[in-house]
Design a protein around this ligand. Structure first.
Ligand code: PEP
Ligand code: MN
Length: 338
């Protein structure tokens, strides 16, 4: 249920509603808005009438049910777009944020040089995997803690905030010491215990869509994080499995407007994993911007031919810089900046 408070409701009135919600066996989530505060009461549906009776309270405007299975991430609970601040970078507003960097951190020279190049081209966040989810246990598994140290050095050298993947709850604490944004990879989109754990930390989360998951399942996974108290979640479309083999995955561009309608959370698109080939990254980036994405995640490598992972889909820095230039008029055409 959603409890909509009247404009100017005092703190005590909000506390009173929270208490009733708790006493009824629900969890209250306070969502302050520009005009009025909303309190989402999330629970198993029992004693609804007790919640509905709060309409008689002086500062309660109305009490309405949330119809969707996902609650806190739905537009029903919050109509305004959520904007997530990472340092000076705002994700989810008019400005489209580009996150770029190598698939894997491979060494100091590599990550710092790429970080400098992507920053010069206009990227605002540095990506780089230190713990890598690889299909084969014999493939490069990432530099792990050393990789985190190198990401930190790259941040010191460029000022770019970092996004890196957490795969295992065991590593969550150490990764939190280093990263600015936690990435949950496609393979872990439904690792519900990991989702609950990242829901309990104070770090923005970039949640990637599972390769065979529906939009509804994607939102339910985001809901796991939000329901633990972490409201700073961005959703990343990274391609889904279809019968098509010409590309690594099929980038589901239509999910961008669909998600925009259903949720207030920022949407990021990853055309690198979405296509699997650097040749298609530019057109799919432009298409994503035209479709309304709030951000792009793009793999960039200075020597893709010898990259430890995902070289085939990585842009060289010069091609990335060219893409950034070409994206500006596309963003302008849809009323955005990049
Ligand atoms: C990645 O970002 O390098 C990655 C492994 O992505 P995904 O989880 O989307 O496959
Ligand atoms: Mn990759």
């Amino acid at each position: 249920m959603i409890v909509v408070m009247k404009a100017g409701a005092p703190k005590e009135a909000i506390e009173e509603v929270k208490k009733i919600v708790r006493d009824t066996g629900y969890t209250p989530h306070v969502l302050p808005g520009e005009m009025r505060t909303i309190i989402a009461a999330v629970g198993d549906g029992r004693d609804k009438s007790r919640l509905e009776s709060m309409e008689s309270l002086k500062y309660v405007e109305n009490v309405v049910p949330i119809l969707k299975p996902y609650k806190l991430c739905s537009r029903e609970v919050r109509s305004e777009d959520t904007i997530i601040k990472v340092g000076d970078v705002a994700i989810g507003g008019k400005h489209i944020v580009v996150m770029a960097g190598p698939c894997s951190v491979e060494g100091e020279e590599q990550i710092i040089s790429i970080a400098r190049d992507v920053k010069a081209a206009g990227a605002q966040i540095l990506r780089g995997g230190a713990y890598k989810p690889r299909t084969s246990p014999y493939s490069f598994q990432g530099m792990e803690r050393e990789g985190l140290e190198l990401l930190k050095k790259a941040r010191e050298a460029t000022g770019l905030p970092i996004v890196t993947e957490v795969m295992n709850p065991r590593e969550l604490e150490v990764i939190c010491e280093y990263t600015d944004i936690l990435q949950i990879g496609a393979r872990n989109m439904q690792n519900f215990s990991l989702l609950k754990m990242v829901g309990q930390v104070k770090k923005p989360v970039l949640l990637k869509r599972g390769m065979a998951n529906t939009v509804s399942e994607f939102l339910m996974s985001a809901e796991y994080i939000l329901s633990e108290g972490n409201m700073e979640v961005m959703l990343c479309e990274r391609g889904i499995r279809t019968f098509e083999t010409a590309t690594r995955n099929t980038l589901d561009l239509s999910c961008i407007p669909v998600l925009k309608e259903l949720t207030h959370l920022p949407i990021i698109t990853d055309p690198s994993h979405g296509t699997g080939y650097w040749q298609y990254v530019s057109s799919m980036s432009k298409a994503s911007v035209a479709a309304g994405t709030d951000g792009l995640m793009i793999e960039v490598h200075n020597q893709p031919e010898i990259a430890f992972s995902d070289g085939a889909q990585s842009l060289k820095p010069a091609k990335f810089a060219q893409l950034m230039k070409e994206l500006r008029p596309v963003a302008g055409a849809v009323g955005r900046t990049i």
